[in-house]
Ligand binder design. Structure first.
Ligand SMILES: Cc1ncc(COP(=O)(O)O)c(C=O)c1O
Length: 408
């Protein structure tokens, strides 16, 4: 037995990605982080880039919480109290009081009866979709949903899968009318914020369209949203797309690993739904939870977020986002407008995307070029993500670099 033949096939696959220009390539390694001094935001140092400081415009850490001394202190304290790992899956002996407290806090935060935490939002989506999908279930999904939803649908075995055009509520209505008669249960699944574009699903309209078809399904239409890029960062108090649209979905998925700056995923819903998941979600039952330290850090972040300081952080994030978005427009770059801190620069060309990303890197700015298949062909872009620990000076600097590129 050997890997020689398989190595050849897999190597050729990766080489094809290189030729097409869609390879993700060697990852940049952060070797040092310098904290913000108030005028400049945090600076990152990378292996192989000498002593060049970088401004990170590609972090999901929207609230800038991960470097805060009080959050780090909460994390350290829990490590001393409980140890650095959970020791087992939850039902064996891995449940600690901080896990229970965090679930209670997140349920309250999203005004739900119950919450369950998992090791990431990716596995949370799988862990919601798989056990809810019976052979008598139809799934209806937005065409631009995140990969975790796509994989969840691939792994589950519904009676049918219907894909509606991105955020197109008329098309959702059409697909729901096609779903009638194909199952007892219908799952309508969407991202909250779509991470590649920074736009969001209109939950209010979506819920209204779904209501029209409720009586056609014996076990109901269940609206599910993965708002990983919305929770914490979006809305006046950080409740995410639900706050922006003023409407609630039935099952809400979030991550602790983006705005909150920690790690882990969660799902909020009714007591009955969460009890069912605790008994049926393999990724919960057979896999370790997040560490106690992570849970304690997330609790601290929620405490800060729900304080007057949290409102200030969100207001600063909004201000920096607007400043950057307006700056791009003034420079004549195309973007997708919206209040979310994901600000895409639409390039619509793979080679040019790589060229701009290289120029930014050469000038101390980290941003991510997104190409097919991560985004549809023709939507190639550079995704900038504004964080609350970016300062006015940081944003001015990044815009200056983009101005210089435009004038080359
Ligand atoms: C919509 C959505 N869901 C899930 C994830 C994954 O989150 P996590 O890192 O917590 O697994 C992402 C991350 O990009 C996302 O955009």
């Amino acid at each position: 037995m050997s890997l020689i033949k398989l190595n050849r096939v897999l190597d050729s696959h990766v080489k094809q990605l290189v030729e097409k220009g869609t390879v993700k390539g060697i990852e940049k390694v952060v070797v040092k982080v310098e904290k913000s001094d108030g005028i400049n935001g945090p600076r990152y140092y990378l292996k192989g880039y000498d002593n060049q400081p970088f401004i990170k415009m590609n972090a999901n850490s929207y609230l800038g919480m991960s470097m805060r001394p009080d959050v780090i202190e909460a994390e350290e304290k829990a490590a001393h109290q409980y140890g650095v790992g959970p020791g087992a899956v939850r039902f064996i002996s891995g449940t600690h009081s901080v896990h229970v407290d965090l679930e209670k806090r997140l349920a309250e935060f999203h005004s739900r009866e119950a919450c369950m935490i998992l090791s990431s939002a990716y596995v949370t989506s799988l862990g919601v979709i798989l056990p809810l999908t019976t052979p008598e279930t139809v799934i209806v999904s937005d065409e631009l949903n995140h990969n975790c939803i796509i994989q969840g649908m691939r792994l589950s075995r519904p009676s049918d899968k219907l894909i509606y055009k991105h955020n197109n509520m008329q098309d959702l209505d059409d697909k729901l009318s096609q779903a009638v008669g194909k199952g007892k249960r219908c799952l309508v699944i969407t991202d909250g914020v779509f991470s590649m574009r920074g736009d969001y699903a209109p939950f209010d309209e979506l819920v209204n369209v779904c209501k029209k078809y409720e009586d056609h399904f014996e076990e109901g239409i269940i609206t599910i949203a993965d708002d990983s890029h919305g929770v914490g960062a979006y809305g006046t108090t950080g409740r995410g797309t639900e706050e922006i649209t003023g409407a609630k979905v039935d099952i809400l998925i979030g991550t602790l690993g983006k705005a909150y700056g920690v790690n882990g995923g969660y799902v909020c819903a009714s007591k009955e739904v969460i009890n069912f998941f605790r008994e049926s979600t393999p990724m919960y039952i057979y896999s370790n939870p997040i560490t106690c330290s992570e849970a304690a850090a997330a609790l601290k972040v929620l405490e800060i977020l729900d304080s007057p300081e949290g409102l200030k952080i969100l207001a600063h994030l909004k201000k920096m986002t607007e400043k950057f978005e307006n700056g791009l427009k003034v420079l004549g770059y195309e973007t997708i407008e919206g209040p979310h801190p994901v600000v895409p620069l639409m390039v619509r060309d793979t080679a040019k995307t790589a060229d701009i990303v290289k120029y930014l890197t050469d000038n101390g700015v980290l941003a991510t070029g997104l190409n097919f298949p991560v985004v549809p062909k023709g939507d190639e872009e550079i995704r900038f993500q504004v964080n609350a620990d970016h300062t006015e000076k940081d944003i001015d600097y990044v815009l200056k670099v983009l101005e210089n590129y435009r004038n080359l």
